[in-house]
Design a protein around this ligand. Structure first.
Ligand SMILES: [Mn+2]
Length: 320
């Protein structure tokens, strides 16, 4: 038996443009209950305090909406993740919108300041915007630029007010001063809906993106093995699973920014489990289930739970 699992429930959606991903955690829990699973009774859990009422405050920067509250929320997630890693737990973070991943990565870096952190970002989106480039101002499209500490100023479109700039600097320094991950140690799976500013960053930073077609054509196992071989120098791995990496037509539209032509849940499980087998993964996060947008009942949450159960079985396999 490996480390004990701790479920960290972060019901926050203030980094998203559409409301409802804060309900995703409870939707996953209801999917488990309706399946007669006692999954959520098997593990210790912790609720992260939230500030979703900040959504009512409209008089804020449009280049990074509610940034002061997103900083606050990411700091809470960072503290919870750090504390549990230091307490020898394996945190499975269940979050609302994907801005939370900056908090999680900050907590991992705070717990492992001397280590190289490898990141597997399984997502339809690159999440590489900054307040200087974002067309929407929604911070769930920005966690990786904050984690990399790269604002992409050569693609600047927005004038960013000084106050927002200060909050953005705070955001890049949560838990640990400076970048949490190097671009060389970041690998995408399934990214297929990007903006030009992000494409330029991906090219400039040479971030490898295993597209859905490539994974199917070359073979999933081979692609994951190749990805892992690029990160052999990383002592610590983190997996960020955005459910929009899955095909919205095949699976569900129950997520803030659904995109067609994605993975199915079996491919996601196979990717994650092969990474877990390295025994270097210290934390996994699930994000962006939005039951309010689901046109198939609770299908997205049910599918996320299917993935959650399968990867948890791999995590709790006895270590020989
Ligand atoms: Mn995302």
């Amino acid at each position: 038996m490996g480390k004990a699992i701790k479920l960290i429930k972060n019901r926050s959606d203030i980094g998203a443009g559409t409301r409802g991903s804060d309900l995703g955690i409870d939707a996953i829990e209801i999917a488990a209950i309706n399946k007669n699973s006692d999954y959520f009774n098997q593990f210790e859990f912790e609720d992260v305090k939230t500030h979703n009422e900040s959504i009512y405050d409209k008089n804020r920067s449009s280049s990074a909406k509610r940034i002061e509250h997103v900083v606050e929320q990411c700091t809470r997630v960072c503290n919870a993740v750090k504390k549990n890693l230091e307490g020898n737990y394996f945190p499975i973070v269940l979050s609302g919108d994907h801005s939370s991943a900056l908090g999680t990565l900050s907590g991992i870096k705070a717990a492992y300041p001397e280590q190289n952190i490898g990141v597997f970002w399984i997502d339809a989106h690159a999440d590489l915007h900054s307040p200087y480039t974002s067309p929407s101002g929604n911070i769930h499209g920005m966690p990786l630029s904050a984690a990399l500490g790269d604002d992409n100023l050569s693609c600047q479109n927005n004038e960013v007010p000084a106050e927002t700039q200060r909050h953005w600097e705070d955001m890049k320094n949560i838990g640990y001063k400076g970048p949490k991950v190097l671009a060389d140690n970041l690998i995408y799976f399934g990214v297929r809906d990007t903006e030009e500013e992000e494409d330029k960053q991906i090219e400039k930073l040479h971030i490898k993106n295993y597209k859905v077609d490539e994974v199917r054509f070359r073979g999933l196992q081979m692609c994951v093995a190749e990805a892992l071989s690029k990160l052999t120098h990383c002592e610590v791995l983190y997996i960020s699973f955005d459910v929009d990496s899955m095909d919205c037509d095949m699976i569900s539209y129950g997520t803030g920014t659904p995109v067609p032509k994605g993975f199915d849940q079996y491919e996601i499980i196979a990717i994650i489990n092969q990474i877990i087998q390295t025994k270097k993964v210290v934390c996994i996060e699930f994000v962006e289930v939005n039951p309010l947008l689901d046109t198939k009942g609770n299908k997205m949450a049910e599918t996320a739970f299917e993935v959650l159960e399968a990867i948890t079985s791999e995590l709790i396999l006895p270590i020989e």
